[in-house]
Design a protein around this ligand. Structure first.
Ligand SMILES: [Zn+2]
Ligand SMILES: [Zn+2]
Length: 339
């Protein structure tokens, strides 16, 4: 009864190992979660490959974890056994450093915790999470529905709502994958004239089904030209990891338009003249903290935004991860524990 199965990685580029461990106790300031579902995010490669600086092994990946509070550690206020919760990328912060005191918890310099990297994440039957990392799950979302919203949903929702775009503005979403298919839905629900940009004519029906106002096939059309015809984009939400694809949209930004970067290509070529002439800008966006996740979940219930998911049981983690890495998943991959 006191054992659990988790999926761990023991060394950089090591295989996923399904192991039995003692179910850990919830320490001070933390809760234990009986995990029901956990999304597989491309950032889990940081744990798999060891490319995140300072990561220690063995480590259980997973920062799109959803489940039920199963035990509450000492000093935790406001959380009780039986509550449905989610845990995302942002696993904690010190609350005392200069950045934290300015409310920029994502930039904590002292104790920035990342779920599945700094501590064990959601690829398992139980996990321990700092209470500060918890988002309350609303009724109306199943664990599988909620899991991808904890990172992919949060990242796109939070970037869009902080982008400065207003209802009626042209907002382009570059890429129609795991992030992009959510980004289009949120942009539509926020009242933007939403332009989906992806490669190939075959993605147009999906873009329209998600509510996009226009579709641009970047293989057949020049995104900058097409966006300019629409008056220029207030925001281009770049969900791809291809720097050239991002660069190709910049000429389509309107005056004071912003290229919001969510995907991380190795490099990006920019025309300083384009930036100067239109007072355009490029901005990166960090996913968000636990309250941002909670807002994402709540907004998704309110507006009906959902991720399209492929679901695998925990023991098929290898297959599930390969599916994510193949880029062929439609569109997010979610592990379930059967709990
Ligand atoms: Zn992620
Ligand atoms: Zn701090």
């Amino acid at each position: 009864m006191s054992k659990m199965r988790v999926v761990q990685v023991s060394r950089p580029n090591g295989p996923f190992e399904i192991v039995e461990r003692e179910i850990p106790a919830a320490g001070a300031g933390a809760v234990r979660i009986k995990v029901e579902a956990c999304g597989i995010c491309h950032s889990d490669t940081l744990t798999k490959t060891g490319s995140f600086p300072g990561i220690q092994y063995p480590r259980v990946p997973g920062h799109e974890a959803v489940g039920v509070v199963d035990a509450v550690g000492a000093g935790v206020a406001g959380w009780t056994v039986g509550q449905r919760v989610g845990v995302g990328w942002h696993g904690g912060h010190c609350g005392r450093c200069d950045n934290c005191r300015r409310g920029d918890f994502f930039a904590c310099e002292v104790a920035h915790q990342i779920t599945g990297i700094s501590f064990d994440g959601g690829y398992g039957e139980y996990m321990i999470a700092p209470a500060v990392a918890l988002a309350r799950l609303p009724d109306g979302l199943t664990p599988v529905e909620a899991a991808p919203l904890m990172c992919a949903g949060l990242t796109t929702f939070n970037a869009l709502r902080n982008s400065g775009a207003r209802p009626g503005d042209v907002v382009a979403v570059l890429g129609l994958g795991g992030l992009g298919h959510l980004g289009v839905q949120y942009a539509v629900k926020m009242g933007f004239k939403t332009v989906a940009i992806a490669r190939g004519k075959d993605k147009e029906p999906l873009a329209k089904k998600l509510g996009a106002w226009r579709y641009v096939d970047s293989q057949a059309q020049d995104p900058a030209v097409e966006l300019s015809k629409l008056g220029g984009a207030k925001v281009v939400l770049a969900t791809v990891t291809n720097g050239d694809a991002m660069s190709a949209t910049m000429g389509g930004l309107g005056v004071r338009g912003t290229l919001m970067i969510l995907g991380a290509p190795p490099s990006l070529t920019v025309s300083p003249f384009v930036l100067i002439a239109g007072q355009r800008s490029i901005q990166g966006w960090y996913s968000g903290t636990s309250i941002d996740s909670q807002d994402t979940l709540s907004y998704s219930v309110q507006t009906g935004v959902r991720s399209m998911n492929e679901v695998f049981p925990l023991e098929r983690v290898n297959e599930a991860y390969e599916r994510m890495m193949s880029g062929k998943a439609r569109f997010r991959v979610v592990l379930t524990t059967g709990k």
